[in-house]
Ligand binder design. Structure first.
Ligand code: CAA
Length: 283
């Protein structure tokens, strides 16, 4: 199936990054957000990143302009009526996601594929909220989207082989590397990453080492580009806690118990980089 026109729902950090990589690969992209201000911020961010890429000689000025010509913004989800694919990147809340998917099921043409960028919610349950479950799939991009090569492609129990193949082909077309994953809590990425971050938080909580030293061990000892606590601040501590809760509940195994210090930071509003304070200060 040819995918030429895409809508991305949610103009936050992930949604804007996803819209950018689609447009850079030559697809026509509509970025959607309920909030005009969020939409403007998302599109502004894309423009700035492309300008920087021109300055660094990674892309030419005409390439930048071509990408921007392929990109438009809307606050009206009904504009998805002629899209071949919609990728949802809204807040991690099942009620909101199922509402979005139910609306998209009514708005989009019969052949359209509906994908979610959820980092942990069950694609199978999202698919079941639509009348086209075989055309629902997970496309889990990594942050920062323009830089990270991986897309986890998550097959709901209902996802058809045709849908999977179309999304795998598309992932390659946008110069990313697909990995096929079955729909289980945390998929592969967060099932491995989040317990590591949680364990790093336990080592701080138990006074084993300072956040700086924990990060140094993992950077210099394991060659990670960022230490786990810097990465946790970058992802958002609320997101980390949320994903640990999904793993804990989904597997019913105490090894996924979120660290009490992580809970305390989230309760304090210390959410990492976005709130100005997490394990580090960002003033
Ligand atoms: N958006 C777009 N581009 C970005 C960026 C962002 N937020 N942050 C950095 N970059 C780009 C920079 O512009 C730079 O490109 P240029 O050379 O063109 O300037 C390039 O990335 C390298 O950046 P820096 O030199 O500033 O810094 P760095 O070498 O430390 O790299 C990093 C930054 C790529 C983020 C690197 O630290 C890294 O790989 N960190 C780990 C990221 C990671 O683990 N991501 C997965 C998070 S988990 C997830 O996303 C899943 C989930 O569900 C929670």
């Amino acid at each position: 199936m040819a995918i030429n026109k895409v809508m991305v729902i949610g103009a936050g950090q992930m949604g804007a990054g996803i819209a950018q990589v689609f447009a850079q690969a030559g697809l026509s992209v509509i970025l959607n957000d309920l909030d005009q201000q969020a939409l403007d911020k998302g599109i502004d961010g894309i423009k700035k990143r492309l300008e920087r890429a021109v300055e660094k000689d990674r892309i030419s000025e005409p390439e930048k302009n071509k990408t921007l010509d392929l990109l438009s913004g809307t606050t009206d989800m009904n504009d998805a009526s002629n899209c071949d694919l919609v990728v949802e990147a809204v807040v991690e809340n099942m009620d909101i996601k199922t509402k979005v998917f139910k609306s998209l099921d009514e708005i989009t043409p019969e052949h359209a594929i509906l994908a979610s960028n959820t980092s942990s919610l069950p694609i199978t349950e999202i698919a079941a909220a639509t009348d086209r479950p075989s055309q629902v799939i997970g496309m889990h991009f990594m942050n920062p989207v323009p830089v990270m090569k991986l897309v986890e492609i998550i097959r709901a129990i209902q996802t058809s082989d045709e849908t999977y193949q179309a999304i795998e082909d598309l992932t390659k077309k946008i110069n990313k590397s697909p990995v096929e994953v079955e729909d289980f809590p945390g998929f592969v990425s967060n099932r491995i990453l989040m317990p590591m971050i949680n364990e790093a938080i336990y080592t701080v909580h138990e006074g084993v080492a300072s956040p700086e030293d924990v990060d140094t061990v993992m950077k210099l000892g394991m060659n990670h580009p960022m230490g786990p606590l810097t990465l946790a601040d970058f992802i958002g501590l609320d997101t980390c806690l949320y994903i640990m809760e999904v793993l804990h509940e989904g597997f019913g195994d105490s090894k996924y118990r979120p660290c009490p210090l992580l809970r305390k930071y989230v309760k304090a509003g210390w959410l990492g980089k976005k709130s100005g304070r997490g394990f580090y200060s960002y003033e």
